[in-house]
Design a protein around this ligand. Structure first.
Ligand code: NAD
Ligand code: WQD
Length: 341
């Protein structure tokens, strides 16, 4: 019998790719998502990729009775908890919305797990917990700075809540750097609703003609070419890290109840390197201009990956060219879907 893994937020960007990878690794994914930041079309993409329709519950994870129903229906071996709001700027404008959904959601997930004796969870954390680091690359033991946004605070608090529950709950806490790209088939990818804030969806929409021009936020930073540096990670590599984390939990291989890993490539890329790589691999120009700095931007951050490679046994295999190719392919597929509706 295949182990069942409950994936909260399983129709979202990272969740949908993880569902596919879980299936490929021999698990049975069970999805719960309230579609607050995703569309049901993601389920169709998943179905096409895995060849069947996985169990899907359209409900809010903050509702204990709804969540309990899933645990009644299925013997869950582990939970991957993606469901949360993630827009940094929006969290500054509507902090209560973020604290309510991200903290309330996590707490209800944990209460339900406890009630049903499920004690393994993978938590979506973020490199945002490090803030502007004093030193790069950042290690898992690098001290956190005070969160710059309510969103960042929800990730720090989420980690704290899980640490405080380590007596009964085993956690794999994954701190993602900058996830981008899409499934190479173009059947699933990131669905930015409204005007994107993040670099890659803004870039691909600009090249597709939906936006006029990409503004590079700042060209006078103290970096190799003056633009900010990030550790971009292919969403498929990231999804595979979740499979490793689940296997570690189910196989009882943890060294402690709360383990934290950086999930990045270990390599930083500047905004201009991203643009150049996109142009080169896709043979298409990106209309852009250098504009003013965006307030609150970290100048440079990338991951130290020794711990995750040596202990979790995971390493990113896809490079920036793969990410740019798959991101563009996804944008083209999206355009086809929209023109057909
Ligand atoms: P996403 O918005 O694409 O996916 C989240 C999914 O959760 C969405 O489908 C949304 O509808 C669902 N959801 C939200 N609140 C819910 C609720 N209360 N009940 C049920 N479903 C709910 O985001 P993503 O990029 O896939 O991110 C997944 C997780 O990873 C989030 O926790 C996010 O904070 C974290 N993360 C994301 C990034 C990134 O850059 N994408 C980086 C670091 C961490
Ligand atoms: C990347 C780079 C921008 C848009 C965010 C969250 C973080 C994490 C990942 C969840 C930066 C530059 C961007 C544009 C640009 N998410 N840029 N023009 O800010 O690194 O991280 O997503 O946990 O918490 O803050 O990602 O994609 O917005 O920016 O020049 O139109 O691209 O300045 O250097 P960021 P991003």
């Amino acid at each position: 019998m295949r182990n069942k893994v409950l994936v909260t937020g399983g129709l979202g960007f990272i969740g949908s790719h993880t569902v596919v990878c879980l299936h490929e690794a021999g698990f049975e994914p069970i999805i719960v998502d309230n579609l607050s930041n995703s569309e049901i079309s993601a389920l169709q993409g998943i179905e096409e990729l895995i060849g069947y329709s996985p169990a899907f519950y359209q409900s809010d994870i903050s509702e204990f009775p709804f969540l309990s129903k899933i645990f009644e229906d299925h013997e869950i071996s582990a939970v991957i908890h993606f469901a949360a709001f993630k827009a940094v700027g929006e969290s500054v404008e509507f902090p209560l919305k973020y604290y309510k959904n991200n903290m309330g959601g996590l707490i209800t997930v944990l209460e339900t797990m406890k009630a049903y004796n499920v004690n393994s969870v993978v938590f979506s954390s973020s490199c945002t917990v490090y803030g502007e680091p004093n030193q790069v690359p950042v290690l898992e033991i690098t001290p956190m700075k005070e969160a710059e946004s309510p969103y960042g605070a929800t990730k720090q608090m989420g980690e704290r809540i899980l640490r405080d529950n380590a007596s009964w709950c085993n956690t794999q806490c994954l701190r993602y750097f900058n996830p981008i790209g899409a499934h190479p088939t173009g059947k699933i990818g990131e669905l930015p609703l409204g005007i994107p804030n993040n670099l890659i969806p803004y870039l691909t929409q600009t090249v597709a003609g939906i936006r006029k021009e990409l503004t590079v936020f700042g060209g006078d930073y103290d970096t190799t070419d003056g633009t900010c540096i990030r550790d971009y990670i292919h969403v498929m590599d990231l999804a595979e890290a979740h499979v490793k984390a689940v296997e570690r939990l189910i196989g009882n291989q943890q060294l402690g109840s709360f383990e934290v890993f950086n999930i990045g490539t270990g390599k930083g890329s500047s905004v201009l390197e991203v643009i150049n790589t996109f142009e080169e691999i896709n043979q298409i120009k990106v209309p852009y201009k250098i504009g003013p700095r965006r307030s609150g931007d970290v100048v440079k951050v990338w991951a130290e990956t020794n711990k995750v490679e040596n202990i979790l046994g995971w390493k990113a295999h896809r490079n920036l060219s793969n990410m740019m190719k798959d991101a563009w392919n996804w944008q083209l597929e999206l355009a086809k879907k929209t023109s057909n509706t």
